[in-house]
Design a protein around this ligand. Structure first.
Ligand code: C2E
Ligand code: CA
Ligand code: CA
Ligand code: CA
Length: 280
């Protein structure tokens, strides 16, 4: 109840309550969603800028609730983390996307270099069974370890002493590690040189600044140079315009992802996308 508009704190109080109610509703709904198959994985291609050929797909979760409608992952992933459900959800995405990518690898001759890129929450890395679970999925689906990329945010890698040994073990098996949203976290560049990673993903906020000016290119260029010096690969995310794609290419970034090439799509649609992107 908003008794008085002049009491700002009251309005704040109400919205806090609304927030909690919504979170509780979504948590309950999420428990049901897991049992009723409302969660779907969609796939966004990562393409080579030179050829537009897909080299990987990123698996992204979608949730369509019968009453609440479509709930974005930016809302339900944090709730899943708080409710202790992220490990279960994360493993479901991993299993489904590894199986799907392995199917494409065996069915589509062009996709020899193909990888599955899967988001992993910081909490998953702390799960004692995580390493064994990932190995289990690889064994079960037949996807070679070096065809799997785990996308982990910078803060998850840097903040936790737990994360580094886990990532080192995964990399020893051949699994690749990408730092997601690079540049948006708080890690020092000094720490980065010691992190067990293979790929830096340039956050789309920096890609959005690419406007043809050198000032606009400053951060993207710095990230690409840093990657090169450290022997890492760079992937640009959120590429929406041809200007951005051209500029990234000139700066030395060879792989990108974004609406310019394709939006995330259901598995059935990807086959047609892959066929259309073949160089004749
Ligand atoms: P993210 O990992 O940074 O994923 C990229 C997001 O950017 C996706 O949003 C994607 O749809 C969107 N995107 C791709 N290209 C463009 C573009 O050209 N322009 C714009 N404006 N956006 C673009 P989405 O699918 O809504 O996912 C949001 C976030 O939710 C992800 O950010 C990731 O942090 C999280 N997420 C999604 N699926 C999973 C999952 O299975 N597990 C975990 N732990 N997190 C997930
Ligand atoms: Ca990601
Ligand atoms: Ca990202
Ligand atoms: Ca992002």
């Amino acid at each position: 109840s908003k008794r008085s508009g002049s009491h700002g704190w009251r309005l704040h109080d109400d919205s806090m309550t609304d927030r909690r109610t919504r979170d509780a509703t979504v948590t309950d709904a999420l428990l049901q969603a897991l049992d009723t198959d409302q969660l779907r994985v969609v796939y966004q291609p990562l393409v080579v800028l030179d050829t537009h050929r897909p080299v990987a797909v990123e698996a992204l979760l979608r949730w369509q609730h019968p009453q609440l409608g479509s709930i974005p992952p930016t809302e339900f992933i944090p709730i899943a983390e708080n409710a202790g459900l992220i490990h279960r959800i994360g493993m479901t995405v991993l299993r489904e996307s590894c199986a799907q990518v392995q199917r494409w690898r065996t069915e589509i001759p062009d996709l020899r270099q193909f990888h599955a890129s899967v988001n992993v929450s910081a909490l998953q890395l702390r799960e004692p069974t995580f390493l064994a679970d990932v190995e289990g999925v690889l064994a079960e689906t037949g996807l070679p370890a070096d065809r799997l990329v785990l996308e982990i945010t910078e803060s998850a890698i840097v903040d936790e002493d737990v994360a580094v040994p886990v990532l080192e073990e995964l990399r020893a098996k051949g699994v690749k590690v990408a730092v997601d949203d690079f540049g948006t976290g708080y890690s020092s560049l000094h720490k980065l040189t010691r992190l067990p990673v293979d790929v830096l993903k340039i956050d789309r906020s920096f890609v959005a600044e690419l406007d043809g000016t050198s000032r606009g290119a400053a951060v993207a260029e710095a990230v690409i140079r840093l990657s090169q010096v450290l022997g890492l690969r760079t992937v640009a995310e959120g590429v929406e315009t041809a200007v951005q794609a051209t500029e990234l290419q000139m700066l030395g970034c060879s792989v990108a992802q974004g609406y310019l090439f394709a939006k995330p799509m259901p598995a059935e649609e990807f086959t047609a996308f892959a066929a259309a992107s073949r160089v004749v």
